[in-house]
Design a protein. Structure first.
Length: 290
C-alpha cells in the first residue's frame, strides 16, 4: 500500500517504521524535521506539506490533540486535495465532538474515514503490539485492515460510526487513570499502617488485579518513578476532560472522572505536567503527609 503518516511523535514514528518494515511505501510529514530525517533514513519519503501525504491509498494521522489536528488537517487543503479513493485513518485520541465533525467533513469531501485510536505506549507501538479500536463503514475498514494488522496485534471492531471508537478509547483511558488513583490511595493507607507498598503491589498483581495496567503503573507508583514519561500527565488531564465531555454529551454523569480531573489539575499545579501520568499518585501521597 501507499501510506502517508502525519504526526511522528513516539507513537506515529513507531507506526511508520513498522509499515516500512512490512514493505509498504510510506510518505511522512511532521511539524518538526528530526523524526522525518530518521524515517527517510529507513526508506520513507518526506512530504513537503500535509497535503502531499494525502495522495496514496491511506493516510494515518497521529497528532497530539484536537488543536493539532485542526491546524494540520482541517485548516489546510489536505482533505480537499486527497486522492479520490484514499482512506483517512485517525489514530489520535481526540474529542468525540471533533470526531463527529470529521465524519461530516470527510463525507463532504467524498473521502473514506476510519477512527482507529490505539491502546499502548510507544514501546508497545515499536513492537507492533498495539490494540487498535476501529470504527467506520465495513468496506472502508476492510481497505485499511492490512495496515492495521501491521501496527497492532489485534483490531477491535467498535461500530460503524467512527466517533464510537473515540468514545471507547476515552473510557479506557479514564479507567487507567482510575486504577492509578486507586492504587495510590490503597498503597498509602497500607504504608502508613506499616505495610510496604511493594508487598501490596505483589499481592494485587498476583491475585485479583493481574492485568497490564495494574502491573505497569503499580510498579511506577511503588518505585515513584515518573520520569521519563511514557505518557505525560498533561495528556492524561486532556483525556479525562474529553471523557467528561463525552459523558456530558449523552447525559451520563461521571463523578469519579470529575475527581480525577481535579487531582490531575492539582498535580499540574505542583509542577507535574511533564511527569508520567502515574505521577497522579503524588497528589494522594502529598495529601497524606508523605
Amino acid at each position: 500500500m501507499d501510506i502517508g503518516v502525519i504526526g511522528l511523535g513516539g507513537m506515529g514514528a513507531a507506526m511508520a517504521a513498522n509499515l516500512l518494515k512490512a514493505g509498504h511505501r510510506v510518505t511522512v510529514w511532521n511539524r518538526s524535521p528530526e523524526p522525518v530525517a530518521k524515517l527517510t533514513a529507513l526508506g520513507a519519503i518526506a512530504a513537503a506539506s500535509p497535503a502531499e501525504a494525502f495522495r496514496g491509498d491511506a493516510t494515518v494521522t497521529m497528532l497530539a490533540d484536537d488543536q493539532a489536528l485542526r491546524d494540520v488537517i482541517l485548516k489546510t487543503v489536505a482533505l480537499e486535495g486527497a486522492s479520490a479513493d484514499l482512506v483517512h485513518v485517525v489514530s489520535a485520541t481526540i474529542s468525540v465532538a471533533l470526531a463527529q465533525e470529521l465524519e461530516q467533513r470527510h463525507q463532504d469531501c467524498g473521502l473514506g474515514y476510519v477512527a482507529a485510536p490505539v491502546l499502548g505506549r510507544p514501546d508497545v507501538a515499536e513492537q507492533g503490539q498495539l490494540n487498535v479500536l476501529v470504527a467506520g463503514e465495513d468496506g472502508v475498514v476492510a481497505k485499511v485492515q492490512p495496515l492495521l494488522d501491521v501496527i497492532g496485534k489485534r483490531t477491535w471492531r467498535v461500530g460503524d460510526a467512527p466517533h464510537q471508537a473515540n468514545v471507547a478509547k476515552l473510557q479506557v483511558n479514564f479507567m487507567i487513570a482510575a486504577a492509578i488513583e486507586t492504587m495510590a490511595e490503597a498503597f498509602i493507607v497500607a504504608e502508613k499502617s506499616g505495610i510496604k507498598p511493594s508487598f501490596m503491589y505483589e499481592l494485587i498483581t498476583e491475585t485479583l488485579f493481574a492485568s497490564p495496567a495494574y502491573k505497569t503503573y503499580g510498579q511506577f507508583i511503588v518505585d515513584q518513578q515518573f520520569e521519563p514519561a511514557k505518557f505525560k500527565l498533561k495528556l492524561g488531564l486532556k483525556d479525562i476532560r474529553l471523557a467528561l465531555a463525552a459523558g456530558e454529551a449523552v447525559d451520563a454523569p461521571a463523578p469519579l472522572a470529575a475527581l480525577l480531573r481535579d487531582n490531575f489539575i492539582d498535580a499540574m499545579a505542583h509542577g507535574g505536567a511533564d511527569l508520567d501520568w502515574a505521577g497522579l499518585a503524588s497528589v494522594a501521597r502529598r495529601r497524606a503527609g508523605l
